[in-house]
Design a protein around this ligand. Structure first.
Ligand SMILES: [Zn+2]
Ligand SMILES: [Zn+2]
Length: 276
């Protein structure tokens, strides 16, 4: 069994309306790409910040700019007009856990993916007005805070999968990477993953980013496996061409670190299936 769960039906950015992309034709393109890649378990996980309802959780200006759609319509579309698993990518916003939990509880997801993109309102992976980098904070400080926040997200109990668990490395260059052995940052997160029983995402999206490396880094994945955490495999596709992207490299890595099973989700119940 191969999975691709962390999937967006539309690219980020302007002009990517729900009307244009939440369609049976578009889903058929994704399904076809999945079949070609040998991926039987396909699900979608739109960004929660693209829905109006998310503004009750957080009123960050980036969310305000992007909240254009109706979450009920998304859920209805996926459940009634597709055979895809129903997921959502929901940011962890410290201090707004109750509001996020209330929103998530309104729907019967197959899985909820937790992610950390923002630290105190600044994004680790976004150029422009909200960029965290280049504002005088050392990479050490940003990394520390990133992994602590990721640990908190796992402990919140809101999530089935923790996404791209070292997204903070996305730029891959000196101004955004500390000199120290990164394992010292991973520890807090791995401990929280193990305690909470959450699945950890192996994401090939990093291969498409400046860092050019799978999330999580190999040393980090080894720690995750050592701690006994379940693994979820995804591409974080934003277009059909990304489905199963770089899976040959991911499967090689998984094999090398001794992962033989992947997490499969249905109505927030997790089971494991042999990879293949
Ligand atoms: Zn993400
Ligand atoms: Zn995503």
């Amino acid at each position: 069994m191969l999975t691709d769960y962390h999937v967006h039906l539309r690219p980020d950015g302007k002009g990517t309306s729900a009307e244009k992309f939440f369609t049976s034709d578009n889903v058929a393109r994704y399904r076809e790409a999945a079949e070609e890649a040998g991926i039987a378990e396909l699900g979608v996980s739109e960004h929660i910040h693209r829905f109006h309802a998310a503004l009750d959780v957080w009123d960050h200006p980036y969310w305000c700019q992007n909240a254009a759609d109706d979450i009920d319509e998304y859920v209805e579309f996926v459940r009634e007009e597709t055979d895809l698993r129903l997921g959502i990518e929901a940011d962890f916003v410290p201090g707004r856990e109750d509001q996020m939990a209330n929103l998530l509880e309104r729907f019967e997801w197959d899985y909820v993916i937790g992610s950390v993109h923002f630290l105190r309102g600044r994004a680790v992976d976004m150029k422009g007005a909200f960029d965290i980098w280049g504002r005088g904070e050392s990479p050490d400080k940003v990394w520390k805070r990133y992994f602590e926040t990721l640990a908190e997200s796992a402990r919140s109990g809101m999530y089935d999968i923790i996404a791209h668990p070292d997204l903070v490395k996305v730029w891959g260059d000196k101004h955004a990477c500390p000199d120290a052995d990164p394992r010292r940052y991973y520890e807090a997160a791995v401990e929280a993953f193990a305690e909470s029983g959450v699945a950890v995402e192996v994401s090939t999206a990093g291969l498409r980013k400046p860092v050019g490396e799978i999330y999580p880094a190999r040393a980090y994945l080894e720690m995750v496996v050592e701690a006994g955490c379940p693994i979820a495999l995804s591409s974080d596709a934003h277009e059909p061409e990304h489905i199963g992207y770089g899976y040959d490299q991911a499967l090689e890595l998984l094999g090398e670190v001794g992962v033989t099973e992947l997490s499969v989700f249905e109505r927030r119940e997790r089971r494991t299936e042999p990879i293949g």
